[in-house]
Write a protein that binds this ligand. Structure first.
Ligand SMILES: *[C@@H]1O[C@H](CO)[C@@H](O)[C@H](O)[C@H]1NC(C)=O
Ligand SMILES: *[C@@H]1O[C@H](CO)[C@@H](O)[C@H](O)[C@H]1NC(C)=O
Ligand SMILES: *[C@@H]1O[C@H](CO)[C@@H](O)[C@H](O)[C@H]1NC(C)=O
Length: 412
């Protein structure tokens, strides 16, 4: 019939348009939906006959198919709650893959499933994007009681929610990460990674739930994100270089930190870090550099904390080289130099608005404090005690500091 013929002709026309497009830069991505590979979004820990997570297998198979197809591909995790155990998204890939989370990816809280301390791992990939309006939920409340890191510094870490390992040209954009068992995001041995528009949430007293931890990586940018956790909102560990953090709101949490450094043998230095235009709300620390006492040498230099707002922060500006072992008689062997704290204003819940506790073995050098306006406000924040108002001050040891601009008479 005539109408049907027209439909067929139109269909042929559209399919020939698409095949034409497929050879151009405007190719539509080939879509790999995890439910087509057997994933079930009903919140159950679906298992195979062998006891493996059926959803984990489906995620990995969808990734494998996308990664091995040429061109531009997209793995979709649709609406629904997908409980998954460990997932490995490994490259190298033939395509540039985007993983889009529309629903909720919920961690299986049975920690015996995780042979490595990571839940969702992207590894050896060049060019990958993790995006979507969905949620990565680490199911942390079910596992936090197993964390004994407050008792032992050599404790076995629980799984990190999202880990990028040897990922170059990676992007994490828009997703929410809730209640990680351990770190929410860990960027390690990567180059050129952008994290933007993410929202990370965990309670203020959840153990080691760092928002984003970076180590051994260069050219990592974090922008326009909201992070509230039980540990550092962002921590920048050994071997990090060219790191930029802008437009981040942090709180609750332990602040934005360089370190901790000097915990392990053969650490690589941290250099060129810019933390700018960030707001810290009710955190224990604001802008922090921290290192462990003991003979594990390292260096941190070329660090700028600039244009920051402190809203009821306990230690707004702090270098702590006695980190983790307050009573140790050993000195830290991490050299801290060329660190700038500029244009930092707002309120502190203690009088000690500047704390520079540098190493007696290797004093801090080239510390600049310029244009700070930090006032005391003893408002009760979370569980913390309120300090009496004795006037704001700086407490410094073993630090070569230059104050400039406005600093309300605060001096070392
Ligand atoms: C990171 O920021 C720098 C400076 O703004 C920019 O040159 C670089 O392209 C950014 N990198 C990524 C991966 O967005
Ligand atoms: C500063 O950060 C806020 C988010 O906290 C953002 O809305 C604003 O655009 C940023 N300003 C600049 C100049 O980057
Ligand atoms: C310091 O900040 C307070 C508000 O926190 C403000 O009233 C005051 O004008 C500021 N001082 C300077 C010198 O900018």
């Amino acid at each position: 019939m005539a109408i049907n013929n027209n439909v067929i002709v139109l269909g042929l026309l559209i399919s020939s348009m698409y095949s034409g497009l497929a050879t151009t830069a405007f190719a539509l991505p080939a879509v790999f939906d995890v439910t087509k590979y057997g994933a079930v979004g009903d919140g159950s820990p679906a298992t195979t006959d062998d006891g493996d997570s059926a959803n984990s297998l489906a995620f990995i198979q969808a990734w494998r198919a996308a990664c091995d197809s040429p061109g531009v591909t997209r793995v979709i995790i649709p609406k629904g709650t997908f409980m998954v155990g460990p997932v490995l998204f490994s490259g190298p890939c033939k395509s540039t893959v985007t993983v889009e989370i529309q629903g909720i990816v919920l961690a299986n809280p049975d920690v015996t499933l995780y042979s490595e301390p990571e839940w969702i791992l992207f590894e050896n990939v060049d060019g990958v994007t993790l995006t979507g309006t969905g949620v990565v939920d680490g199911n942390g409340p079910k596992t936090w009681s197993l964390n004994d890191c407050s008792k032992s510094s050599d404790c076995a870490p629980l799984p990190t929610s999202i880990k990028f390992h040897r990922v170059n040209n990676g992007v994490i954009d828009g997703i929410k990460s809730d209640n990680a068992m351990f770190f929410h995001m860990f960027i390690t041995n990567c180059q050129n990674v952008a994290i933007r528009n993410v929202k990370i949430t965990a309670p203020f007293n959840s153990p080691n739930t760092d928002g984003i931890h970076i180590g051994g990586s260069t050219l990592v940018n974090i922008t326009n994100s909201i992070i509230g956790t039980g540990d550092d909102c962002i921590s920048i560990g050994h071997g990090s270089k060219d790191i930029t953090v802008t437009g981040v709101t942090c709180g609750p949490g332990h602040g934005i930190s360089i370190g901790s450094l000097g915990k392990y043998n053969n650490e690589l230095e941290v250099s060129k870090v810019l933390v700018k235009n960030c707001t810290l709300i009710g955190t224990t620390n604001g802008a922090r550099v921290k290192s462990w006492p003991g003979n594990k040498p390292n260096k941190a230099s070329g660090i700028i904390f600039e244009d920051l707002i402190m809203d009821h922060v306990k230690n707004p500006i702090i270098i702590d080289q006695q980190y983790g072992k307050k009573k140790s008689t050993e000195a830290s062997h991490v050299k801290i130099s060329d660190v700038h704290f500029r244009n930092i204003r707002g309120t502190s819940t203690t009088n000690e608005v500047v704390t520079l506790a540098c190493s007696p073995a290797i004093p801090c050098e080239g510390i600049e404090i310029s244009n700070i306006n930090l006032t005391f406000d003893g408002k009760q924040v979370l569980h913390r005690k309120v300090a009496p108002n004795l006037g704001v001050l700086a407490i410094c040891s073993n630090a070569k500091v230059t104050f400039s601009g406005k600093h309300d008479g605060i001096n070392c």
